[in-house]
Design a protein around this ligand. Structure first.
Ligand SMILES: Cc1ncc(COP(=O)(O)O)c(C=O)c1O
Length: 446
Protein backbone atom coordinates (compact mmCIF):
# COMPACT_ATOMS: atom_id res chain seq x y z
CA UNK A 1 0.00 0.00 0.00
CA UNK A 2 1.21 3.48 -0.87
CA UNK A 3 1.52 5.53 2.33
CA UNK A 4 0.83 9.26 1.88
CA UNK A 5 2.28 12.30 3.68
CA UNK A 6 4.44 11.52 6.70
CA UNK A 7 2.84 8.10 7.26
CA UNK A 8 5.57 5.45 7.16
CA UNK A 9 6.95 2.28 8.70
CA UNK A 10 9.69 3.01 11.27
CA UNK A 11 12.79 1.05 12.30
CA UNK A 12 10.77 -0.96 14.83
CA UNK A 13 8.49 -2.15 12.06
CA UNK A 14 5.64 -0.03 13.47
CA UNK A 15 3.39 2.34 11.60
CA UNK A 16 4.17 5.98 12.23
CA UNK A 17 2.23 9.21 11.63
CA UNK A 18 3.83 12.65 11.94
CA UNK A 19 6.91 11.04 13.46
CA UNK A 20 4.81 9.35 16.18
CA UNK A 21 4.81 5.58 16.65
CA UNK A 22 1.20 4.39 16.61
CA UNK A 23 1.99 1.57 19.05
CA UNK A 24 3.13 4.18 21.57
CA UNK A 25 0.13 6.42 20.86
CA UNK A 26 -2.22 3.49 21.47
CA UNK A 27 -0.50 2.83 24.81
CA UNK A 28 -0.81 6.46 25.89
CA UNK A 29 -4.22 7.36 24.48
CA UNK A 30 -6.01 4.02 24.16
CA UNK A 31 -8.03 2.75 21.21
CA UNK A 32 -9.99 3.28 19.05
CA UNK A 33 -8.01 6.33 18.14
CA UNK A 34 -7.89 8.69 15.17
CA UNK A 35 -4.51 10.17 14.31
CA UNK A 36 -4.18 13.00 11.79
CA UNK A 37 -1.01 13.81 9.89
CA UNK A 38 -0.77 17.59 10.35
CA UNK A 39 1.90 18.12 7.70
CA UNK A 40 -0.04 15.89 5.31
CA UNK A 41 -3.06 18.21 5.54
CA UNK A 42 -0.91 21.34 5.23
CA UNK A 43 0.76 19.88 2.17
CA UNK A 44 -2.60 19.20 0.48
CA UNK A 45 -3.75 22.77 1.18
CA UNK A 46 -0.60 24.10 -0.49
CA UNK A 47 -1.00 21.68 -3.42
CA UNK A 48 -4.40 23.22 -4.14
CA UNK A 49 -3.14 26.79 -3.86
CA UNK A 50 -0.05 26.13 -5.97
CA UNK A 51 -2.04 24.31 -8.64
CA UNK A 52 -4.25 27.38 -8.98
CA UNK A 53 -1.35 29.84 -8.93
CA UNK A 54 0.19 28.32 -12.05
CA UNK A 55 -3.14 27.96 -13.88
CA UNK A 56 -5.54 30.75 -13.04
CA UNK A 57 -5.54 34.36 -11.95
CA UNK A 58 -8.40 34.73 -9.41
CA UNK A 59 -9.37 31.81 -7.22
CA UNK A 60 -10.36 30.66 -3.73
CA UNK A 61 -9.94 27.28 -2.10
CA UNK A 62 -12.45 26.46 0.64
CA UNK A 63 -12.18 23.46 2.94
CA UNK A 64 -15.51 21.60 3.02
CA UNK A 65 -15.80 21.35 6.79
CA UNK A 66 -18.28 18.50 6.68
CA UNK A 67 -15.40 16.11 5.96
CA UNK A 68 -14.03 16.59 9.48
CA UNK A 69 -15.26 19.50 11.49
CA UNK A 70 -13.24 20.39 14.58
CA UNK A 71 -11.82 23.66 15.88
CA UNK A 72 -8.21 22.55 15.32
CA UNK A 73 -8.79 21.60 11.68
CA UNK A 74 -10.59 24.87 10.98
CA UNK A 75 -7.69 26.75 12.60
CA UNK A 76 -5.17 24.78 10.54
CA UNK A 77 -6.80 25.53 7.19
CA UNK A 78 -7.04 29.20 8.16
CA UNK A 79 -3.29 29.20 8.86
CA UNK A 80 -2.79 27.71 5.39
CA UNK A 81 -4.78 30.52 3.76
CA UNK A 82 -7.98 28.65 2.85
CA UNK A 83 -11.59 29.64 3.39
CA UNK A 84 -14.18 27.10 4.53
CA UNK A 85 -17.68 26.01 3.74
CA UNK A 86 -20.06 24.96 6.49
CA UNK A 87 -23.41 23.23 6.21
CA UNK A 88 -25.07 23.81 9.58
CA UNK A 89 -25.28 26.18 12.50
CA UNK A 90 -23.12 23.70 14.44
CA UNK A 91 -20.29 23.76 11.91
CA UNK A 92 -20.53 27.53 11.77
CA UNK A 93 -20.39 27.73 15.57
CA UNK A 94 -17.31 25.46 15.60
CA UNK A 95 -15.55 27.62 13.00
CA UNK A 96 -16.32 30.85 14.85
CA UNK A 97 -15.13 29.29 18.12
CA UNK A 98 -11.83 28.59 16.33
CA UNK A 99 -11.67 32.31 15.43
CA UNK A 100 -12.17 31.55 11.76
CA UNK A 101 -12.72 34.86 9.91
CA UNK A 102 -16.48 34.92 9.17
CA UNK A 103 -16.00 36.71 5.86
CA UNK A 104 -14.10 33.63 4.61
CA UNK A 105 -17.02 31.29 5.39
CA UNK A 106 -19.57 30.05 2.85
CA UNK A 107 -22.80 28.67 4.25
CA UNK A 108 -24.37 25.69 2.46
CA UNK A 109 -27.37 23.46 3.07
CA UNK A 110 -30.59 22.38 1.36
CA UNK A 111 -32.77 23.20 4.36
CA UNK A 112 -31.18 25.92 6.43
CA UNK A 113 -33.46 26.82 9.30
CA UNK A 114 -34.55 30.37 10.04
CA UNK A 115 -32.40 30.19 13.15
CA UNK A 116 -29.36 29.13 11.12
CA UNK A 117 -29.88 31.87 8.54
CA UNK A 118 -30.21 34.46 11.29
CA UNK A 119 -27.09 33.11 12.97
CA UNK A 120 -25.15 33.32 9.68
CA UNK A 121 -26.32 36.89 9.08
CA UNK A 122 -25.45 37.99 12.62
CA UNK A 123 -22.04 36.34 12.35
CA UNK A 124 -21.37 38.13 9.06
CA UNK A 125 -20.55 35.04 6.96
CA UNK A 126 -19.02 35.82 3.59
CA UNK A 127 -21.59 34.15 1.39
CA UNK A 128 -24.76 32.16 1.67
CA UNK A 129 -25.11 29.47 -0.98
CA UNK A 130 -28.83 29.49 -1.64
CA UNK A 131 -30.12 26.03 -2.48
CA UNK A 132 -33.75 26.59 -3.50
CA UNK A 133 -36.45 29.20 -4.10
CA UNK A 134 -37.94 28.82 -0.64
CA UNK A 135 -34.58 29.74 0.86
CA UNK A 136 -34.15 32.61 -1.59
CA UNK A 137 -37.47 34.14 -0.58
CA UNK A 138 -36.92 33.52 3.13
CA UNK A 139 -33.47 35.07 3.03
CA UNK A 140 -34.73 38.07 1.07
CA UNK A 141 -37.32 38.71 3.78
CA UNK A 142 -34.80 38.29 6.57
CA UNK A 143 -32.29 40.75 5.12
CA UNK A 144 -35.05 43.22 4.36
CA UNK A 145 -36.12 43.05 7.99
CA UNK A 146 -32.55 43.53 9.16
CA UNK A 147 -31.82 46.26 6.57
CA UNK A 148 -28.68 44.32 5.73
CA UNK A 149 -27.14 43.23 2.45
CA UNK A 150 -25.66 39.78 1.96
CA UNK A 151 -23.64 38.10 -0.79
CA UNK A 152 -25.18 34.95 -2.21
CA UNK A 153 -24.52 32.22 -4.74
CA UNK A 154 -27.22 30.05 -6.26
CA UNK A 155 -26.57 26.32 -6.12
CA UNK A 156 -27.45 24.70 -9.43
CA UNK A 157 -27.60 21.07 -10.62
CA UNK A 158 -25.94 20.84 -14.00
CA UNK A 159 -27.17 17.29 -14.67
CA UNK A 160 -23.78 15.58 -14.80
CA UNK A 161 -23.62 11.86 -13.98
CA UNK A 162 -20.47 10.87 -12.13
CA UNK A 163 -19.09 7.37 -11.91
CA UNK A 164 -19.06 7.09 -8.20
CA UNK A 165 -21.31 5.49 -5.64
CA UNK A 166 -25.00 6.32 -6.18
CA UNK A 167 -25.56 7.79 -2.72
CA UNK A 168 -22.87 10.38 -3.04
CA UNK A 169 -23.87 11.79 -6.37
CA UNK A 170 -25.43 15.19 -5.93
CA UNK A 171 -25.12 16.92 -9.30
CA UNK A 172 -27.61 14.90 -11.33
CA UNK A 173 -31.06 16.16 -12.16
CA UNK A 174 -32.81 13.97 -9.59
CA UNK A 175 -31.17 15.44 -6.52
CA UNK A 176 -32.40 17.06 -3.33
CA UNK A 177 -29.75 19.74 -3.82
CA UNK A 178 -29.84 22.85 -5.94
CA UNK A 179 -31.89 24.35 -8.71
CA UNK A 180 -31.94 22.52 -12.01
CA UNK A 181 -30.27 24.01 -15.06
CA UNK A 182 -32.79 22.18 -17.20
CA UNK A 183 -36.00 23.73 -18.51
CA UNK A 184 -35.10 27.33 -17.70
CA UNK A 185 -35.59 26.82 -13.93
CA UNK A 186 -32.18 28.16 -13.00
CA UNK A 187 -32.50 31.19 -15.27
CA UNK A 188 -35.82 32.07 -13.66
CA UNK A 189 -34.24 31.79 -10.21
CA UNK A 190 -31.34 34.03 -11.26
CA UNK A 191 -33.74 36.70 -12.49
CA UNK A 192 -35.69 36.45 -9.25
CA UNK A 193 -32.50 36.73 -7.18
CA UNK A 194 -31.36 39.79 -9.13
CA UNK A 195 -34.64 41.44 -8.23
CA UNK A 196 -33.96 41.54 -4.47
CA UNK A 197 -32.22 44.77 -3.55
CA UNK A 198 -30.56 43.40 -0.40
CA UNK A 199 -29.28 40.16 -1.94
CA UNK A 200 -26.05 40.59 -3.92
CA UNK A 201 -25.95 37.70 -6.38
CA UNK A 202 -22.23 36.99 -6.76
CA UNK A 203 -22.45 33.88 -8.89
CA UNK A 204 -23.35 30.23 -9.20
CA UNK A 205 -22.34 26.97 -7.56
CA UNK A 206 -22.47 23.28 -8.37
CA UNK A 207 -21.15 20.10 -6.79
CA UNK A 208 -21.40 17.01 -8.95
CA UNK A 209 -20.43 14.28 -6.49
CA UNK A 210 -17.82 12.96 -4.14
CA UNK A 211 -14.93 10.45 -4.40
CA UNK A 212 -14.92 11.14 -8.14
CA UNK A 213 -11.94 9.79 -10.09
CA UNK A 214 -12.97 10.68 -13.64
CA UNK A 215 -12.06 14.34 -13.70
CA UNK A 216 -13.59 14.78 -17.17
CA UNK A 217 -16.96 15.07 -15.42
CA UNK A 218 -15.63 18.07 -13.47
CA UNK A 219 -14.45 19.67 -16.72
CA UNK A 220 -17.82 18.98 -18.30
CA UNK A 221 -19.64 20.54 -15.35
CA UNK A 222 -17.31 23.56 -15.53
CA UNK A 223 -18.14 24.01 -19.22
CA UNK A 224 -21.90 23.76 -18.62
CA UNK A 225 -21.71 26.30 -15.84
CA UNK A 226 -19.76 28.76 -18.01
CA UNK A 227 -22.30 28.27 -20.79
CA UNK A 228 -24.97 29.13 -18.27
CA UNK A 229 -23.06 32.27 -17.21
CA UNK A 230 -23.11 33.29 -20.88
CA UNK A 231 -26.86 32.66 -21.06
CA UNK A 232 -27.37 34.77 -17.93
CA UNK A 233 -25.34 37.57 -19.49
CA UNK A 234 -27.35 37.44 -22.67
CA UNK A 235 -30.68 37.38 -20.85
CA UNK A 236 -29.97 39.90 -18.11
CA UNK A 237 -26.96 41.91 -19.30
CA UNK A 238 -25.11 40.85 -16.11
CA UNK A 239 -21.92 38.85 -16.02
CA UNK A 240 -21.83 37.11 -12.65
CA UNK A 241 -18.45 37.38 -10.96
CA UNK A 242 -18.03 33.98 -9.31
CA UNK A 243 -18.12 30.33 -10.30
CA UNK A 244 -17.93 27.76 -7.49
CA UNK A 245 -17.42 24.20 -8.71
CA UNK A 246 -17.77 22.47 -5.34
CA UNK A 247 -15.57 19.60 -4.21
CA UNK A 248 -15.44 15.94 -5.06
CA UNK A 249 -11.91 14.89 -6.01
CA UNK A 250 -11.41 11.25 -5.02
CA UNK A 251 -8.66 9.78 -2.85
CA UNK A 252 -7.03 6.40 -2.54
CA UNK A 253 -8.70 4.02 -0.07
CA UNK A 254 -7.46 0.82 -1.69
CA UNK A 255 -4.83 -0.06 -4.28
CA UNK A 256 -7.68 -0.18 -6.81
CA UNK A 257 -8.34 3.57 -6.42
CA UNK A 258 -6.44 5.68 -8.91
CA UNK A 259 -7.34 9.29 -8.13
CA UNK A 260 -6.09 12.15 -10.27
CA UNK A 261 -3.56 14.45 -8.64
CA UNK A 262 -4.75 17.79 -7.30
CA UNK A 263 -2.53 19.49 -9.90
CA UNK A 264 -4.13 17.62 -12.80
CA UNK A 265 -7.65 18.16 -11.46
CA UNK A 266 -7.17 21.91 -11.05
CA UNK A 267 -5.39 22.00 -14.43
CA UNK A 268 -8.40 20.37 -16.10
CA UNK A 269 -11.09 22.54 -14.58
CA UNK A 270 -9.20 25.81 -15.04
CA UNK A 271 -8.54 24.90 -18.68
CA UNK A 272 -12.21 24.07 -19.21
CA UNK A 273 -13.25 27.41 -17.71
CA UNK A 274 -10.69 29.45 -19.67
CA UNK A 275 -11.49 27.74 -22.98
CA UNK A 276 -15.27 28.09 -22.53
CA UNK A 277 -14.93 31.76 -21.47
CA UNK A 278 -12.73 32.44 -24.51
CA UNK A 279 -15.23 30.87 -26.86
CA UNK A 280 -18.21 32.61 -25.30
CA UNK A 281 -16.60 36.02 -24.88
CA UNK A 282 -16.80 36.05 -21.08
CA UNK A 283 -14.36 37.46 -18.55
CA UNK A 284 -13.03 34.37 -16.65
CA UNK A 285 -14.83 34.50 -13.29
CA UNK A 286 -13.41 34.18 -9.78
CA UNK A 287 -13.08 30.40 -9.55
CA UNK A 288 -13.78 28.60 -6.27
CA UNK A 289 -13.43 24.96 -5.25
CA UNK A 290 -14.50 23.27 -2.01
CA UNK A 291 -12.48 20.10 -1.45
CA UNK A 292 -13.08 18.09 1.72
CA UNK A 293 -12.02 14.49 1.30
CA UNK A 294 -8.92 15.27 -0.79
CA UNK A 295 -7.60 17.66 1.90
CA UNK A 296 -8.01 15.51 5.01
CA UNK A 297 -8.94 11.97 3.92
CA UNK A 298 -5.53 10.45 3.34
CA UNK A 299 -4.06 12.27 6.36
CA UNK A 300 -6.13 10.26 8.84
CA UNK A 301 -5.44 6.83 10.33
CA UNK A 302 -7.98 4.98 12.47
CA UNK A 303 -6.36 2.70 15.03
CA UNK A 304 -8.12 -0.26 16.63
CA UNK A 305 -7.16 -3.02 19.06
CA UNK A 306 -7.97 -6.63 18.12
CA UNK A 307 -10.17 -8.54 20.57
CA UNK A 308 -12.02 -11.71 19.62
CA UNK A 309 -10.82 -13.75 16.66
CA UNK A 310 -13.26 -16.28 15.28
CA UNK A 311 -12.28 -18.77 12.63
CA UNK A 312 -15.08 -20.47 10.71
CA UNK A 313 -13.37 -23.43 9.12
CA UNK A 314 -13.37 -23.18 5.34
CA UNK A 315 -15.37 -19.96 5.32
CA UNK A 316 -13.59 -17.00 6.90
CA UNK A 317 -11.84 -15.65 9.96
CA UNK A 318 -13.49 -12.71 11.72
CA UNK A 319 -11.13 -10.38 13.53
CA UNK A 320 -13.13 -8.12 15.84
CA UNK A 321 -11.83 -4.70 16.79
CA UNK A 322 -12.88 -2.17 19.43
CA UNK A 323 -14.31 0.29 16.88
CA UNK A 324 -16.82 -0.21 14.10
CA UNK A 325 -19.79 1.44 12.45
CA UNK A 326 -20.16 3.85 15.36
CA UNK A 327 -16.86 5.56 14.53
CA UNK A 328 -16.91 4.73 10.81
CA UNK A 329 -20.34 4.21 9.28
CA UNK A 330 -19.06 4.44 5.67
CA UNK A 331 -18.74 0.70 4.95
CA UNK A 332 -22.29 0.07 6.22
CA UNK A 333 -23.68 3.20 4.59
CA UNK A 334 -21.91 3.29 1.22
CA UNK A 335 -20.29 -0.13 0.97
CA UNK A 336 -17.02 1.79 1.22
CA UNK A 337 -13.82 -0.23 0.85
CA UNK A 338 -10.65 0.07 2.89
CA UNK A 339 -7.33 -1.66 3.41
CA UNK A 340 -5.64 -2.28 6.75
CA UNK A 341 -2.15 -2.50 8.18
CA UNK A 342 -1.18 -4.25 11.41
CA UNK A 343 0.43 -1.23 13.07
CA UNK A 344 2.70 -3.29 15.35
CA UNK A 345 3.67 -5.69 12.52
CA UNK A 346 3.74 -3.20 9.67
CA UNK A 347 6.93 -4.62 8.16
CA UNK A 348 5.65 -8.21 7.94
CA UNK A 349 4.38 -9.80 4.75
CA UNK A 350 0.62 -10.28 4.50
CA UNK A 351 -0.11 -14.01 4.34
CA UNK A 352 -3.59 -14.47 5.81
CA UNK A 353 -7.07 -13.42 4.77
CA UNK A 354 -9.26 -11.81 7.44
CA UNK A 355 -12.53 -9.98 7.74
CA UNK A 356 -12.34 -7.04 10.14
CA UNK A 357 -15.54 -6.76 12.15
CA UNK A 358 -16.71 -3.88 14.30
CA UNK A 359 -18.10 -4.30 17.81
CA UNK A 360 -21.63 -2.99 17.20
CA UNK A 361 -24.59 -5.32 17.54
CA UNK A 362 -25.29 -5.41 13.80
CA UNK A 363 -24.30 -8.21 11.44
CA UNK A 364 -23.61 -5.47 8.88
CA UNK A 365 -20.94 -3.91 11.09
CA UNK A 366 -18.04 -5.12 8.99
CA UNK A 367 -15.23 -2.62 8.46
CA UNK A 368 -13.26 -4.59 5.85
CA UNK A 369 -14.22 -7.81 4.14
CA UNK A 370 -11.45 -10.21 3.07
CA UNK A 371 -8.26 -8.27 3.58
CA UNK A 372 -4.77 -9.75 3.50
CA UNK A 373 -2.66 -9.23 6.65
CA UNK A 374 0.24 -10.91 8.43
CA UNK A 375 -0.97 -13.47 10.99
CA UNK A 376 -2.66 -11.55 13.81
CA UNK A 377 -3.37 -12.27 17.47
CA UNK A 378 -5.41 -10.73 20.24
CA UNK A 379 -3.99 -7.35 21.23
CA UNK A 380 -2.51 -6.48 17.84
CA UNK A 381 -3.32 -3.05 16.41
CA UNK A 382 -5.25 -2.64 13.19
CA UNK A 383 -4.58 0.67 11.42
CA UNK A 384 -6.94 1.80 8.68
CA UNK A 385 -5.38 4.47 6.45
CA UNK A 386 -7.41 7.10 4.58
CA UNK A 387 -9.66 7.56 7.59
CA UNK A 388 -9.54 11.36 7.78
CA UNK A 389 -12.77 12.25 5.95
CA UNK A 390 -16.43 11.50 6.66
CA UNK A 391 -15.64 9.04 9.45
CA UNK A 392 -15.32 10.77 12.78
CA UNK A 393 -17.54 13.46 11.24
CA UNK A 394 -20.28 10.83 10.87
CA UNK A 395 -19.54 8.96 14.12
CA UNK A 396 -22.36 8.28 16.54
CA UNK A 397 -22.90 6.81 19.98
CA UNK A 398 -24.72 3.79 18.60
CA UNK A 399 -24.83 1.03 21.22
CA UNK A 400 -23.86 3.75 23.69
CA UNK A 401 -20.25 3.55 22.65
CA UNK A 402 -18.15 6.61 23.53
CA UNK A 403 -16.56 8.20 20.48
CA UNK A 404 -12.75 7.89 20.16
CA UNK A 405 -10.13 10.56 20.76
CA UNK A 406 -8.57 12.40 17.83
CA UNK A 407 -4.90 13.39 17.79
CA UNK A 408 -3.00 15.78 15.54
CA UNK A 409 0.53 14.47 15.00
CA UNK A 410 3.53 16.35 13.62
CA UNK A 411 7.29 16.23 14.05
CA UNK A 412 7.20 13.55 16.71
CA UNK A 413 4.52 15.20 18.86
CA UNK A 414 0.87 14.22 19.06
CA UNK A 415 -1.75 16.42 20.70
CA UNK A 416 -5.37 15.70 21.48
CA UNK A 417 -7.71 17.78 19.31
CA UNK A 418 -10.87 15.94 20.35
CA UNK A 419 -10.83 14.13 23.69
CA UNK A 420 -12.20 10.63 24.06
CA UNK A 421 -15.79 10.54 25.28
CA UNK A 422 -16.54 9.07 28.69
CA UNK A 423 -19.57 7.17 29.98
CA UNK A 424 -20.55 10.40 31.72
CA UNK A 425 -20.57 12.19 28.37
CA UNK A 426 -23.10 9.62 27.21
CA UNK A 427 -25.46 10.67 30.01
CA UNK A 428 -25.09 14.41 29.43
CA UNK A 429 -28.46 14.83 27.74
CA UNK A 430 -30.43 12.08 29.44
CA UNK A 431 -33.22 13.04 31.82
CA UNK A 432 -35.56 10.93 33.96
CA UNK A 433 -39.06 12.53 33.89
CA UNK A 434 -39.53 14.63 37.03
CA UNK A 435 -43.05 13.21 37.49
CA UNK A 436 -41.43 9.85 38.26
CA UNK A 437 -39.75 11.31 41.32
CA UNK A 438 -39.79 9.03 44.30
CA UNK A 439 -40.31 6.01 42.10
CA UNK A 440 -36.83 4.64 42.07
CA UNK A 441 -37.48 1.52 40.06
CA UNK A 442 -40.30 0.55 37.78
CA UNK A 443 -42.73 -2.09 39.06
CA UNK A 444 -41.71 -5.58 38.06
CA UNK A 445 -44.02 -7.11 35.51
CA UNK A 446 -43.75 -10.86 35.63
C1 LIG B 1 -21.57 21.41 -1.66
C2 LIG B 1 -20.40 20.56 -1.36
N1 LIG B 1 -19.18 21.09 -1.47
C3 LIG B 1 -18.08 20.35 -1.19
C4 LIG B 1 -18.18 19.04 -0.79
C5 LIG B 1 -16.92 18.28 -0.48
O1 LIG B 1 -16.78 17.18 -1.27
P1 LIG B 1 -15.48 16.29 -1.17
O2 LIG B 1 -15.26 15.98 0.26
O3 LIG B 1 -15.81 15.09 -1.95
O4 LIG B 1 -14.36 17.08 -1.76
C6 LIG B 1 -19.44 18.45 -0.67
C7 LIG B 1 -19.57 17.04 -0.25
O5 LIG B 1 -20.57 16.41 -0.26
C8 LIG B 1 -20.60 19.23 -0.96
O6 LIG B 1 -21.82 18.74 -0.85
Amino acid sequence: MNLPGTICINAQGHLEVGGCDLVELAKTHGTPLYVLDEDGIRQKCQEYLNAFRVNYHRFKVLYAGKAFSTMAIFRLVDQEGLGIDVVSGGELYTALAADFPPEKIYFHGNNKSMEELNFALSAGVGQIVVDNLYELETLAQLVEGRKKTVDILLRLTPGIETHTHHYIQTGQLDSKFGISLAGGTALKAIKQALGYRRLRLRGIHCHIGSQVHNTESFALAARRMVEFLAEVKEETGRQLAELNLGGGLGISYTDGDKPKSIRDYIGEITTAVKVACGELGLEPPLLVVEPGRSLVGEAGVALYRIGAIKEIEGIRTYVSVDGGMYDNPRPALYDAKYEAIVANKADRTPTEKYTIAGKCCESGDILIEDTCLPAVEVGDLIAVPSSGAYQYAMASNYNRLPRPAVLMAAKGRAEVIVRRETYNDLLRYDRIPLSWEGRKSLPQVM
